[in-house]
Design a protein around this ligand. Sequence first.
Ligand SMILES: [Zn+2]
Length: 381
Amino acid sequence: MKIKIISHKCDSTTTFLIALVIIQLFVSVQMHAQTNSNAKANTNAPNLIIITTDGFRWQEVFNGMNFDIANQSKFNHGDSSYIYKKYGANTISERQKLLMPFFWNTVTSQGQLYGNRNKENKVDVANPYWFSYPGYNEIFTGYPDTAINSNEYPPNPHSNVLAFLNKQKPYQGKVVAFGAWDAYDRILNESVSGFPVINGFESFSSILKDATTDLLSSLLKDSYKPFKEVECLDVFTHYQAMHYLKTKQPKAMYISYGETDEWAHHGNYSNYLDAVHQVDEWIGDIWNWAQTTPGYKDNTYILVTTDHGRGFGNDWTDHGADVKGASSIWFALLGPDVKKIGPLGEQTKDQQLFQKQLAATISKLIGYPFTAEHPVGPSIY
Ligand SMILES: [Zn+2]
């Protein structure tokens, strides 16, 4: 901006006015610089994407397909050749890569993978129930409150890490959750938390209006509903979330897949493995999109985990406090600074970690440590 110097005779009033204009200009330039630096800081705050696949066992994460389960006709539904051809191999390392190639090629080289009990790296839920609502509550609030003892529990009274981030400047209005199961409105207490939670068969046209949203919403409404009205197929949750991610570019996001748990309850091992194989590919798509998108590249953390484990052997279909082993879970971390926690790759340190530590850990990683009115499990580093 140029200042025109008045050439005619200056009286004292004119001198005063010129001085005032110069001071105002100086203040305005300073404020502008301040706003710019804030905007830059906001943009540079790391992005966070939390992903869960419901009730997926650590046993398959680390060993791939289980032959004892795959061999039984009640679990392979008379078609063992399909799963053998797709996921069967002699060595553990081959089976890992056949089932979850993104995990075993990218996560184990660029990130960290926790929970292989065969190597004494143990992760468990701290809540005593070993089913979904208590598990998701523990992930997001860091507080395994024993009062939360039912999947029908009313809206969660405890604040969660996403609601906390939604109050931090860089994340305000840039938080969203998509979930296949229709319980997340309650688990994340949408009406109190202040960010949108799209779950089950709910259309997301309330938060994004365009032709793709309309098409996805129509497909979802008319889709095959093997789990009735309670939970949609993962493919809808995924494409809604991806469309929102690419279009609105949220800074903190949750995506919850549900088929792994559903097909396990159905005793359908092929569908259970296919579901996680697909989720693994989608996580790869999300990571690769992030690594090729300005603002997300080298600035995005991803946490992948599950709400609970399942039983051993033929009890693989089930979970709950009466099912031995169902408290055992796993988690994976990706992001620029996960090395701060420890070495990259599959973790082999003899340790015991808990689900209640995840909220503190990921919020510390992005530089906005979660605090709440309730006790929060400590960060793992
Ligand atoms: Zn279940």
